[in-house]
Design a protein around this ligand. Structure first.
Ligand code: GLA
Length: 390
């Protein structure tokens, strides 16, 4: 479903449920992580793109106290109050919104009450395309509009991440919210999660991405995501004891320093760190290659990234490995798991003129191995926005 249709449907559902036009409508996209896996919470860089799939969030004021939230897809309405940090019982999805409203309320010192809300999304759930971040960011933009106020965009990303940490239980980095907010039409975002600066990295116009979703159940909240993060922090602490300069995150350790010291730190933590330090290096190389038009070499980095996920970070799974192998055989320029891993989807980078043929070949090769993936062509898209009065 394209963005305009989605917005139209969300507004229609809002009017049908609450009997009035929304006063505030916002849209926020999901994202693909192109290169830089689990580097965000290690203060590293990432290349990502906001995508043409996302969430639309509508709000109108009500005389009733509290918040009512309609999820159009599931046809259910949750009710909650934003004055406490209790989770919404029975409606897991409502917590992303409650968390955002709760932290925005705390940040502004202003009440958030008496609102009727509706959301609808086009991102396949569990595909690792940051459906939850898109929902959080869309909710944040819509509520700020109805409150007639603004918050610095980076702060919005942080508030949404706090919602994810405390209401959904995933200690994620800032990548998903940051990409959803700072997305660029036709471009990749090169973000640095130490300085929180983002810049554009433009791929040639004939390059695009396929999302290959083998439909494996994926939820970071019950995956080893938090455990991986702890192991990275453990590696950074141990390397800090060995190196002559300050190390506050794995970003501070060069590949050479790591190789010279890895045998002296916990072997399990070293494997995880090898992935992160390799990824940081690959993003830096990748940015140079994009700048120099070396797209083939850049594609190879995507394959290397996936291999490191398999060997070092152990966040791939057999289905994603089949997809990445199929993509290589089908002639994709590069392919890798995208996002947290432990399920979700993979991306394949292709020439636009070959996208259809490569996609069909990937499907055929996967079918031969017992997997029927869904293939979605993705367009790098602009970041979150409020929709002007219609
Ligand atoms: C998930 C998290 C992000 C990031 C990626 C892996 O998408 O939400 O913060 O850590 O995994 O790069």
């Amino acid at each position: 479903m394209n963005k305009d249709t989605l917005i139209h449907k969300a507004i229609a559902a809002h009017v049908e449920k609450f009997g009035k036009q929304p006063e505030s409508v916002a849209w926020a996209p999901g994202r693909i992580e192109v290169l830089g896996n689990h580097t965000d919470y290690n203060a590293g860089p990432v290349l990502s793109a906001a995508i043409n799939l996302g969430h639309c969030f509508c709000i109108s004021r009500s005389n009733q106290p509290g918040i009512r939230l309609l999820a159009v897809d599931v046809g259910q309405t949750a009710s909650f109050d934003t004055s406490d940090a209790e989770k919404v019982p029975g409606f897991g999805w409502a917590n992303y919104v409650k968390g955002v409203f709760y932290f925005i309320r705390e940040h502004l010192g202003e009440k958030i009450d008496g609102l009727d809300c509706t959301f609808l999304g086009s991102i396949p759930m569990g595909a690792g395309l940051s459906s939850s971040a898109a929902l959080e960011v869309a909710a944040a933009y819509a509520v700020l509009k109805i409150l007639d106020t603004t918050i610095d965009k980076k702060e919005i990303a942080r508030l949404c991440r706090r919602a994810e940490h405390q209401f959904a239980g995933t200690n994620c980095g800032l990548l998903d919210q940051f990409s959803s907010i700072f997305g660029l039409e036709h471009g990749l975002i090169h973000s640095d999660f130490r300085t929180l600066e983002g810049s554009a990295a433009s791929l040639p116009e004939d390059i695009e991405f396929l999302v290959v979703n083998p439909h494996i159940k994926h939820s970071l909240a019950d995956s080893p995501y938090n455990e991986r993060r702890e192991r990275c922090e453990q590696a950074a602490e141990q390397l800090a004891e060995l190196l002559p300069h300050p190390v506050t995150a794995l970003r501070d350790v060069s590949p050479e320093e790591f190789e010279a010291n890895r045998s002296q730190i916990d072997a399990g933590a070293a494997k995880r760190a090898a992935h992160i330090i390799g990824e940081i290096d690959r993003v830096e190389q990748g940015v140079e290659q994009i700048r120099n038009g070396q797209i083939k070499a850049f594609g190879q980095l995507l394959f290397e990234s996936h291999q490191s996920s398999v060997e070092n970070f152990e966040n791939s799974c057999p289905e994603l490995d089949i997809v990445v192998d199929a993509a290589r055989e089908a002639g994709a320029l590069g392919a890798r798991l995208s996002g947290g891993g432990f399920g979700g989807a993979a991306i394949a980078m292709v020439h636009s003129s070959e996208a259809k043929a490569v996609g069909e070949k990937i499907t055929a090769l996967c079918r031969a191995k017992g997997i029927s993936p869904e293939i979605i062509e993705i367009t790098p898209s602009a970041g979150a926005m409020t929709i002007p009065d219609r």
